[in-house]
Ligand binder design. Sequence first.
Ligand code: NDP
Length: 328
Amino acid sequence: MVNSTARVIRVTKYGDASALQPTNIPRPIPKPTQVLVKVAYAGVNYVDIYERSGNFPSPLPLIPGREGSGEIVEVGSEVQGFKVGDRVAFIGKDTYSDYAVVDTVHLAKLPDHVSLETGAAFILQGLTAVGLIRKAYAVQKGDWIVVHAAAGGVGLLLSQLGRLLGAHVIGTVSTEEKAALARANGAEHVVLINNGYEALEKKVRELTNGEGVHAVFDSVGQATFESSLNIVRRLGTLVLFGNASGEVPPLNLMRLSSKNVKVTWAAVYNYITTPEDFNELVEDTLEYLEKGQLKIAIHKVYPVEDVQQAHLDLEGRKTTGKLLLKIQ
Ligand code: NDP
């Protein structure tokens, strides 16, 4: 049965985790090109924190959530290839909700052996990690790469993929516990970050005979940016893809000339603009999962009622791997 209302988590004023409040609203109606999904799990991503706090200003009121999984309960008249009852995972908007309307370009049917929990856990971070490591900088065997926040949701996946591709992965983390996890997930070397990134710069110099790394995958942003520029080698690539510590300051491009460094800010959405590109990344990521080459570590499945705690844990650097909300 499809309800006429949806219970959602809504933000009416930017703020801390207490801005996340449950409420009931009329259920969203899919356009002819969309499906309606009864959401089982919504992934919690750092971008939800940027939106909640106003760092990525979105019009208010807003419902956070960029991904989820569940069952299709209604299909728009122009939709092809999907039907009511299909189990799906998707990248979308407003997914902290009983129901989500989803464009088919970012909708994937889940194979029978993939659970709804895994579906919501892999779809955004998995595609991000695979997309970044292939397209933002195509990691090669023997490369040295730095992965910041290596025990985080995306970081653990980048570390695994880096090792799979034959690269030497140097991860950064803030605790011993996270260091052990990063090592177990492919980081050959791990640097504990306490006060600043000098220890990382020293380690990189030692390991690479002073040359620096081929690529830095940097989701921390403001706090790591200068150091990332320092440790990247001549002709190397700095891949920025997140702002966990804040946005990076403006960059004078002339600074790149000393090493001909390439700097990119990579959003996964630009790798999945067509169904073909989206499906290719989904199929490849699922294949990695099936072969055991990629493992998703779920930190915790929070009941949706505990959404504030989930945000506090993620922004408080208390989590590793993937956070999910059990919606229903
Ligand atoms: P994580 O699980 O990686 O959590 C963030 C981690 O960043 C923390 O655990 C912490 O690890 C580290 N960190 C370092 N400095 C800070 C700081 N000042 N404040 C908070 N955290 C800090 O989150 P996600 O896996 O959800 O996301 C990782 C990053 O990837 C985010 O920046 C996100 O925006 C980005 N992202 C980008 C996408 C894109 O398309 N560009 C898509 C998906 C995610 P530690 O304590 O070990 O330092």
